[in-house]
Design a protein around this ligand. Structure first.
Ligand code: NAD
Length: 274
């Protein structure tokens, strides 16, 4: 493997298990020489996250619930106590009440709308605010700055059955990427999103008829397959490394090309909900 990320340190937020998109990205970063810290949402996840971090040579794990601003401050204080600076952050976090990830968007409750927007969209702003303060200042020779990456989904752009309020939150997240990129650009801090195709993870299992979405994408995407966390990891490595030094404010699709297709493929069979 290359030393593309050698000498770079960063924080991975949103690792739940070895199916997580964050795991696909973390593996690639580590293989290319990055040093990683990990947050986990609560103590229940610590027992899954710590052994995974160890596999990548990291003993630097600590809790962070992004809906709690004090917890976020504490997490970044923990990070800063050990590392003076960081070069990148991965924000792979989203949440909504699964009772509202089925049925109709028109039935969304105010409480769940606000919670979903808070955890799935605002948290990127809160993370970018604290992470950017820890990134090295831009120097005359062009060094300094950093890279921030979040994860989004096509349901922000087009209606996907059952994605509902999560689609609205992802639209806010993608627009936040643009505003954050503009605010932080003068400090050479880049902010980008990967719009990943559907992948079976813990979070995805909350979405109604997710198996149908998976099957539809497999049959109708240009590559005629679903993407893997390794596909997402490769794109994450690019966006977090200097290979993408001129790229910011971008939502980059890693979806086997699904977003360019306008209708069912001729060779795709009719499929039924099961
Ligand atoms: N799986 C897919 O099909 C898919 C597709 C496109 C985008 N995404 C996005 O990828 C990101 C990662 O999800 P995933 O699919 O890997 O599932 P996952 O369940 O492995 O990860 C979701 C993570 O969000 C964390 N989280 C939720 N609420 C939190 C809170 N209040 N504080 C801190 N952390 C919190 C969970 O602990 C978990 O680690 C999400 O933003 C998701 O919307 C997923």
């Amino acid at each position: 493997m290359s030393g593309l990320m050698a000498g770079k340190r960063g924080l991975i937020m949103g690792l739940a298990n070895d199916k997580s998109l964050a795991w696909g990205i973390a593996k690639q970063l580590s293989a290319h020489g990055a040093e990683l810290a990990f947050t986990y949402q609560g103590e229940a996840l610590a027992k899954r996250v710590k052994p995974l971090a160890e596999q990548l040579g990291s003993d630097f794990t600590f809790p962070c619930d992004v809906s709690d601003m004090d917890a976020l401050d504490e997490a970044f204080a923990t990070l800063k106590a050990r590392w003076e600076t960081i070069d990148f952050v991965v924000h792979a976090i989203g949440f909504s009440d699964k009772n509202e990830l089925r049925g109709k968007y028109v039935d969304t409750s105010l409480d769940n709308f606000l919670m979903t927007m808070n955890i799935s969209a605002y948290s990127l702003v809160a993370v970018a605010n604290r992470a950017s303060a820890m990134m090295p200042p831009l120097k005359g020779d062009g060094t300094g700055g950093g890279s921030i990456l979040t994860l989004t989904y096509y349901g922000a752009e087009k209606v996907i059955p059952h994605y509902n309020v999560m689609g609205v939150a992802k639209a806010a997240l993608e627009t936040s990427v643009q505003y954050l990129a503009n605010d932080l650009g003068p400090a050479n801090i880049r902010v980008n999103a990967i719009s990943a195709g559907p992948i079976k993870t813990l979070a995805a299992s909350g979405i109604g008829d997710f198996r149908y979405i998976l099957k539809w994408n497999e049959l109708n995407s240009p590559l005629r397959r679903n993407v893997t966390i390794e596909d997402v990891g490769g794109a994450g490595l690019y966006l977090l490394s200097d290979l993408s030094s001129g790229v910011t404010g971008e939502t980059h699709h890693v979806d086997a090309g699904y977003h360019v297709v306008g209708m069912k493929q001729e060779d795709a069979p009719d499929i039924a909900l099961d």
